[in-house]
Design a protein around this ligand. Structure first.
Ligand SMILES: [Zn+2]
Length: 282
């Protein structure tokens, strides 16, 4: 049975547009979704990212959280007939405030998988307010509990397999320990890329405030060099048929160009299984 990727809708956040795309529409508020992903059809179900803890915690970044009852992770999993304890692995693209807020709801025998460099980076203070204390302290608790944590060392190993058809690779962008999750589907390779991409339309299709042909724009929230951020973006566009970010609709990619977007409504409820054939051509 082929692997399938389902979108988990953890609610929306409101933030300033230039946070998403460098220097773009400063002062203007934009509402974006926060997605996680559920991978089924393999040996066991896997969740990628867990969303933000609650609406109040987003205020620490000056952002507004819009998380409602339906967005609770247990309710999102229930739509697929799953409970928290059914999940074998929770993978993290990275540990920012909007991606690792519900790990403490999973039992300790659900193993959290992250790139070791990301946990190191999260406590380094470099991007301090984006790594909230309760989320990170819980992950440290897991380090001391048998099998509750699995570390990857992707900068040194290259890709590491999680189960047949699912592997992780270093993302090389957004945060120092960010990782991509690659899934083999019947329709091609899909890459869950976390926040390496914030907004396909502004960053690559229209590439606002950029002059050169096929040159991606960087986000307003990156921790590496601009060149490294652009290279990580290009790597996604060159290697995968489906690129699935956390705050934007997924994209279908051919020959380095976005050729379609998923039928998701943003913001709004998401029900479809990805990848699927009903792509909306650009
Ligand atoms: Zn994010």
């Amino acid at each position: 049975m082929a692997l399938q990727i389902h979108v988990l809708d953890y609610g929306d956040i409101e933030l300033e547009t230039s946070f998403l795309v460098l220097g773009h529409e400063c002062g203007r508020t934009r509402r974006v979704p926060v997605y996680g992903f559920l991978i089924t059809g393999g040996a066991y179900p896997i969740v990628v990212d867990t969303g933000y803890r609650d609406n109040a915690i987003m205020e620490s970044l000056g952002m507004r959280g819009l998380q409602f009852h339906d967005n609770m992770i247990e309710n999102q999993l229930a739509k697929h007939g799953l409970k928290m304890g059914d999940i074998r692995y929770v993978l993290h693209t990275h540990l920012h405030i909007d991606h690792a807020g519900k790990d403490d709801l999973f039992p300790m025998n659900t193993t959290v998988v992250l790139n070791r460099r990301e946990l190191e980076f999260s406590v380094s203070g470099i991007m301090y307010p984006q790594y909230p204390k309760p989320d990170i302290l819980h992950l440290v608790e897991r380090v001391y509990e048998d099998d509750a944590m699995r570390f990857l060392d992707l900068e040194l190993t290259g890709a590491e397999e999680i189960m047949p058809g699912v592997w992780c690779e270093p993302a090389g962008a957004h945060t120092e320990g960010s990782m991509n999750v690659i899934v083999e589907t019947a329709e091609g390779l899909a890459c869950i890329c976390g926040d390496v991409v914030y907004d396909f339309n502004d960053q690559i299709v229209k590439h606002v405030r950029v002059n050169n042909y096929m040159e991606p724009q960087v986000t307003g929230n990156h921790s590496g060099s601009k060149r490294a951020e652009k290279a990580a973006f290009k790597k996604l566009m060159n290697n995968y048929t489906f690129v699935l970010p956390t705050h934007d609709k997924g994209a279908k990619v051919e020959h380095g160009q976005v050729v379609g977007r998923t039928g998701m409504v943003v913001p709004g409820p998401l029900t479809e299984t990805l990848p699927k054939r009903e792509w909306f051509p650009m």
